[in-house]
Design a protein around this ligand. Structure first.
Ligand code: CDP
Ligand code: MG
Length: 662
């Protein structure tokens, strides 16, 4: 065996056998000829991993230009393509996700999220580095991919040589093509604008099973189904669709517990997680074949629905839910909550079982429930807080948001609400123009507007260094705490860092303890149940945020003084500076604690909010608070990362938002 093959097992033949391979020449011809190509093909047919390679081989990167497909799982795909092309990740093939840029001057194929590509447009409005841009999985209709399509349509007018590829796993191809043709002189001649290429799938039949009665607890049911399959069905790996990391962690634990009762000579179970917050290495495990005498069970979020294809899956278990963003314009609150999937999603999930041979799909709901599911998921742009989007568009010089060419226009009340928020944050002026420098800088920071505001005005409060640490900790999409052991231990560990004023100051305390004591001492982290990797990542995120600020000319003088709570000039304790600073950004997410311990929003008495069990405010007394994270679970809405504030500050920092009525 040649050396290279030792670590890249059997990669080349399968690529040639992928459904897309037979369309290689036709695809290259179409892309050469027409500005827009809509590529339709089932998940797993090779769109994401193969097309960029075809383009590179065909010379589309000759002038140092880079092909820029984008997707959710940029990391694993980039790794895979780098392996197939036998190059080191970050060289010819690289990826770029928020706070992590693994590319170099020699990168020709770059995988990045659509959000990041939009940010690149701030510096390079025509995205002139790129010769081909592939908007991958456009059918998922994420907020940023919708916006990106609108921006690309504009760029196309100025860059006729640019090639746009829109890939979709479903048959909405016409919608995309019409969109690109709409408003052009040659509107009638859609063919002049673009073409559709379909890759026929090779799906095997999948037998779908429903529950006869609804189940109370889909996690319990999912785990039971895993063992039913394991004990009675022939070989083949299992893919379980769950809603998020906490579901997945619980399911893995339950599977591990129950696996202990398998008889010693039975096949074993190798259960693995798959969600976006994992590191690239952790994500790569799921692609490796299970060792002999093992059945692989992957507990995944929606990421496995279309973004990631894992070979060898024969059984799919679908819990029937997905975590979706939902924005309520009346309350101004955006929640991420488990919502029943659409029929399209359910079908897509089922299809994951039939890629290499006939499979089975177990839907953990009744057939009646399925019949009542909506046909498709509502595009994100119609159910999101649009403040970040508007900020981004304004920064791109698109001032008239209402006239912007959206694939699907957002509801007017969402726009109004977002404009109002941005105005109060000081990002927009009375003419709805981006303010200088605040609004512009808010758009450039890779943070949501409320947090960006906190950072950009932290200097005024004399707490920039501390606010940077808090921003890094709240932005961190990884577990701060190690949850392998019991929840109890985690609670005890957390209590050691607890700060009376709330979760943000507690996070700051954790961060500062880590950099002073735990950074070079993994043992210290272990003792305190802190996740060393996540904490190191927080340090790196903080450094990047600091570099952004320095580029704006905002100097950061590093201090480590909250533990002593040093009084600075003006006599205001650090915790108050921070709490005021947080209020100036998060005033729209303010609430008051009721006698029963729940919270009500300031200007909406109907919504009941609960402190999340992981919050310091859980079972504690407070009066006025702001919160920076909202989660829906079941019927309830939980707030996490909560900090005590004073009512008067709301009026002080957001006078136009909170008109005094007392
Ligand atoms: O984009 P599309 O869904 O059409 O397919 P793809 O993601 O390009 O996947 C093509 C093939 O590559 C599938 O058979 C995957 O199993 C394989 N693949 C893999 O083994 N490891 C990865 N990290 C990515 C893809
Ligand atoms: Mg794909």
């Amino acid at each position: 065996m040649a050396d290279s093959e030792a670590f890249i097992p059997a990669l080349y033949k399968p690529a040639g056998l992928l459904p897309i391979a037979r369309h290689r020449d036709a695809l290259l011809y179409t892309i050469e000829k027409s500005p827009v190509t809509i590529l339709v093909g089932q998940t797993g047919s090779g769109k994401t991993t193969q097309l960029p390679q075809y383009l590179e081989q065909a010379g589309w990167c000759k002038d140092g230009k880079i092909i820029a497909p984008r997707r959710v799982a940029a990391t694993t795909v980039a790794k895979r393509v780098a392996d197939e092309m036998r190059c080191q990740l970050g060289q010819k093939v690289g990826y770029s996700i928020r706070f992590e840029d693994v590319t170099s001057a020699s990168t020709k194929i770059k995988f990045l999220t659509d959000g990041l590509l939009l940010r690149e447009a701030l510096v390079d409005p025509l995205l002139s580095k790129y010769s081909v841009i592939m908007v991958d999985e456009a059918h998922e209709r994420s907020l940023s991919s919708d916006v990106l399509l609108g921006v690309l349509k504009k760029i196309r007018k100025r860059r006729p040589e640019l090639r746009i590829v829109v890939s979709s796993a479903t048959l909405q191809a016409e919608t995309f093509l019409q969109f690109f043709a709409r408003g052009y002189a040659d509107e009638a001649d859609v063919n002049a604008v673009g073409s559709i290429v379909s890759i026929e799938g090779r799906a095997f039949p999948v037998n779908t099973h429903y529950l006869s009665d609804p189940c109370e607890d889909y996690l319990e049911r999912a785990v039971r189904t895993v063992f039913d399959i394991h004990l009675t069905e022939p070989v083949g790996d299992i893919l379980i669709f769950l809603t998020g990391r906490s579901d997945i962690d619980t399911a893995l634990q339950m599977i591990a517990d129950r696996a202990l009762s398998l008889s010693a000579d039975a096949e074993k179970i190798l259960a693995l997680p798959l969600y976006a917050g994992l590191t690239t290495e952790e994500q790569m495990y799921v692609f490796e074949a299970a060792p002999e005498k093992y059945r692989k069970v992957i507990c995944a979020t929606n990421i496995a629905e279309a973004s990631v294809t894992i070979d060898g899956i024969v059984y799919v278990i679908d819990c029937g839910f997905v975590k979706l963003r939902a924005y309520n314009p009346d309350t101004g609150i955006e929640t991420l909550s488990a919502t029943p999937v659409s029929k399209a999603s359910a079908t897509q999930r089922t299809g994951r079982a039939g890629r290499t041979k006939a499979g089975k799909c177990y839907r953990l709901y009744t057939e009646t429930a399925y019949d009542m599911l909506p046909a498709a998921t509502v595009p994100e742009i119609q159910r999101s807080n649009l403040a970040p989007t508007i900020l981004q568009l304004k920064a791109l010089g698109i001032d008239n948001i209402v006239r912007f060419d959206f694939l699907t226009p957002p509801p007017a009340e969402l726009l109004t609400r977002a404009l109002e928020l941005l105005y109060t944050l000081g990002a927009l002026d009375d003419y709805a123009k981006l303010t200088q420098p605040l609004g512009n800088r808010m758009a450039e920071l890779a943070l949501e507007p409320m947090l960006a505001k906190c950072l950009l005005c932290a200097t005024d409060f004399g707490c920039l260094s501390e606010m940077l640490s808090i921003a890094a900790m709240t932005t961190l999409q990884g577990n701060v705490w190690f949850t392998h052991d019991s929840k109890k231990q985690e609670e005890t560990a957390k209590r050691k860092f607890a700060v009376e004023e709330g979760d943000h100051l507690t996070l700051l305390n954790v961060y500062e303890s880590f950099v002073t004591k735990g950074k070079k001492d993994a043992k210290w982290c272990q003792q305190h149940y802190l996740n060393f990797k996540s904490m190191s990542r927080a340090v790196s995120i903080r450094n990047q945020l600091r570099r952004y600020l320095e580029r704006f000319g905002i100097a950061v003088s590093e201090t480590l003084n909250t533990s002593q709570d040093v009084l600075k000039a003006g006599g205001m304790p650090m915790h108050e500076r921070l709490r005021r600073c947080l209020t100036s950004g998060y005033f729209a997410q303010a609430a008051r604690m009721q006698a029963d311990g729940t919270f009500r929003l300031v200007n909406d008495a109907t919504t009941v909010l609960h402190a999340h069990p992981s919050s310091l405010m859980f079972n504690r007394k407070a009066e006025w608070v702001i919160f920076t994270e909202v989660m829906g679970m079941g019927e309830k809405t939980f707030v996490r990362d909560v900090t005590k504030i004073e009512r008067g500050w709301l009026v002080e920092y957001a006078p136009s938002y909170y008109r005094l009525n007392s």
